[in-house]
Design a protein around this ligand. Structure first.
Ligand code: ACO
Length: 429
């Protein structure tokens, strides 16, 4: 990978030669792995905006040009021709699946769709009507591991395949059960005759003696949402999964930590925050202009806008904007689309956003689609987590099978007290 170039760091009268590594798309990075040993210096980069934590073969993002590719395939092509299950296979196993791969994978997902009845009883311990499906999802995915301790230490490809099937299939069952629990409704078991997304909607919305039969547009829109969320290289939750995995923690615990990292409003919780923001505007709490002024005074953020990597546009937001229009033209309704479009237009023509290169991200339109499908707002981050699961698994496995991976352990610059001595309690001021 190295093209032999080096960077020179000059400090305190000495020079240090640091190798420069180059990725397959021409990205370059200074390799500082020997820096501290040679110079006593560490790099300081809060928020890691300039730090590469690993090399990876999974996803390529070029934020300046709005490019996103999974395993080399442009997201636009995958969105147009593929579906979530095909994309999950691609991310996890590295190639587009052949027909027989998909048949085998679908059979595994169906075989694994039920959860152990004892695990089902875990749901009883969560408070009803508190509406915390992310808490339930992360806890139950971690607990799922305790039913399969034989998979804590994955020894071969077939054990990995089985783990993938268990997590990708059961996360959907657990997510739907977490919703049912949060509204105090009975659980609806998965139906082995239904496709992945259809089955999820069935578990969410069927009631005893009345099967929910979603229109195919709803099933397709859900598949697209999962697909577009499936991976995004070293984002916060994926880095968390890799960090936890670097301790040799098992796959269930590692992806469960990803769910926790995803929860916050600056990451996977942003889709719900967008809807809250649009609700405020819709309810007349602020006009669009008033909201933009609040943002510019830094009293709040324009949710669903801005991205650490994308500095032109987020290609996922483009695809979702079109999908939102398509869905609403097909008879689904949401009163917020018009507000969202006006807000976007207003922000994109304002110097504050132009100067800072702030554009809509994947979360700006996803919430409108999810709501049109009947998914409650509290479930939005959960939907993100289901979609992101293949990416987390692919990254966990990439590290797990890399013999050069070290435990992730950043350093710090200590700014606290220097040495002082213990004072007995009667003498403390
Ligand atoms: N609204 C208003 N101002 C913003 C926004 C926003 N959404 N995002 C960034 N800015 C401003 C900051 O205030 C800062 O301004 P300054 O230079 O005057 O101080 C500048 O743009 C740079 O912002 P940072 O916070 O340094 O950017 P960072 O890369 O750390 O943050 C983030 C990225 C967290 C996504 C941010 O843009 C944000 O908070 N967006 C809103 C929440 C959101 O939509 N999150 C989802 C992201 S996508 C995902 O996780 C799937």
């Amino acid at each position: 990978m190295s093209d032999q170039k080096t960077a020179i760091l000059s400090y305190d009268g000495k020079e240090y030669e640091l190798p420069v590594i180059k990725g397959s798309e021409g990205e370059i990075g200074i390799d500082v792995t020997q820096l501290r040993a040679q110079s006593g210096l560490i790099t300081f980069d809060p928020g890691y905006a300039n730090t590469g934590s690993c090399t990876s073969n999974i996803t390529f993002v070029d934020g300046e040009n709005g490019i996103l590719r999974y395993r080399g395939y442009p997201i636009e092509e995958l969105a147009e021709h593929g579906n979530f299950i095909e994309t999950a296979w691609l991310l996890i196993f590295g190639e587009l699946p052949k027909k027989e791969d998909l048949t085998r994978f679908s059979a595994l997902l169906t075989a694994e769709e039920l959860i152990h009845e004892d695990l089902r009883h875990h749901f009883e311990g969560f408070p009803t009507h508190k509406n915390q499906p992310m808490a339930i999802l992360s806890a139950v995915i971690n607990a799922l591991g305790s039913y399969h301790p034989d998979l804590y230490d994955i020894k071969n490809k077939s054990e990995f395949f089985l783990s993938v099937g268990k997590i990708i299939s059961k996360v959907r069952t657990i997510a739907a059960f977490s919703y049912r629990k949060s509204i105090g409704r009975c659980f609806v078991y998965p139906d082995p005759d239904l496709s992945y997304c259809h089955n999820f909607l069935h578990m969410m919305f069927s009631i005893p003696y009345k099967q929910y039969d979603p229109p195919k547009e709803a099933v397709n829109a859900l598949s697209l949402i999962f697909q577009l969320h499936a991976d995004h290289e070293q984002n916060c939750s994926t880095s968390t999964v890799r960090m936890v995995g670097s301790t040799q923690a098992n796959i269930f615990a590692s992806v469960s930590s990803g769910i926790c990292a995803l929860w916050g409003r600056l990451h996977g919780g942003a889709n719900a925050a967008v809807i809250e923001m649009l609700d405020h505007i819709n309810n007349g709490d602020f006009t669009i202009d008033e909201y933009i002024e609040k943002v510019k005074k830094k009293e709040c953020r324009l949710m669903g806008f801005g991205h650490r990597i994308y500095k032109s546009f987020d290609p996922r937001a483009k695809i979702l904007k079109k999908a939102t229009h398509d869905l609403l033209n097909q008879g689904f309704s949401d009163h917020q689309l018009e507000i969202a479009m006006k807000l976007e237009e207003r922000a994109l023509s304002d110097d504050y956003f132009i100067e800072r290169k702030l554009y809509p991200n994947v979360d700006f339109y996803s919430g409108i689609i999810l709501r049109a499908l009947g998914i409650p707002v509290a479930m939005f981050p959960v939907m993100f987590a289901i979609g992101r699961m293949p990416g987390w698994i692919a990254h966990w496995y990439e590290d797990y099978t890399n013999t050069n991976t070290r435990i992730n352990r950043p350093r710090q610059i200590y700014t606290g007290e220097t040495t002082r001595h213990y004072v007995p309690i009667d003498f403390r001021k």
